[in-house]
Design a protein around this ligand. Structure first.
Ligand code: AMP
Length: 197
């Protein structure tokens, strides 16, 4: 039986770390639509060229493009045990298309985890990291620039505000305190997975 999880949380909430733990424990595959789009751009593909300007303007890529990309990718062999969706779905049509796509395989979303973190702490954490990098004479990573982080947190809030009520109504949404230690959060997710299976 496959297990399909949606992992939500702003940058810095520990999504990557928790996804890795889930991948190792359950043989799942993390699919980040943002990473997939960046890979298309880096490869200079037609799709990459089509989404370039939209992404640089901080807008959402069309539902049709995203859905097609996810549908193709999740049909590959490494997704057979299930997927951890990251950065997707961001709109209700995407959530509905995902449900329909999984239903065709007699599957569905089993669990939605939202890692909740204190925004102010998040920004000050990133500011500290940037200040340390500057003091050491290193370049500051583009996505560690405070203004970029603030924008990405805003984007995240906008799309969770749209999508989380959809899953909440279905009784699938679980909000966890992402400020807790990694092991503790992992144990809470593991308990939810055990119940969902
Ligand atoms: P992320 O790394 O998830 O913040 O995604 C980077 C950018 O890719 C976003 O700002 C959007 O332009 C685009 N993107 C990623 N995932 C989606 C999605 N599910 N729907 C629409 N656009 C997306």
């Amino acid at each position: 039986m496959s297990l399909n999880i949606i992992l939500m949380g702003p940058p810095g909430a520990g999504k990557g770390t928790q996804a890795k733990i889930l991948e190792e424990k359950h043989g799942l595959k993390q699919l980040s639509t943002g990473d997939m789009l960046r890979a298309e751009r880096a490869a200079g593909s037609d799709l990459g060229k089509r989404v370039q300007a939209i992404m640089d303007a901080g807008q959402l890529v069309s539902d049709a493009i995203i859905i097609e990309m996810i549908e193709k990718r999740s049909a590959e062999a490494d997704c057979k045990n299930g997927v951890i969706f990251d950065g997707f779905p961001r709109t209700i049509p995407q959530a509905e298309a995902l449900g329909a796509m999984l239903a065709k395989k007699s599957a569905g979303i089993d669990l939605v985890v939202d890692l909740v973190v204190d925004e102010n702490i998040l920004v000050s954490r990133v500011e500290k990291r940037a200040a340390e990098a500057a003091a050491a004479g290193h370049a500051i990573r583009n996505d560690d620039k405070p203004e970029v982080v603030v924008r990405r947190i805003k984007e995240y809030k906008a799309y969770t505000a749209e999508v989380s009520p959809y899953y909440e109504k279905k009784g699938l949404l679980h909000r966890l305190d992402g400020m807790r230690p990694i092991d503790e959060v992992a144990a809470q997710i593991a308990a939810l997975v055990a119940k969902a299976q």
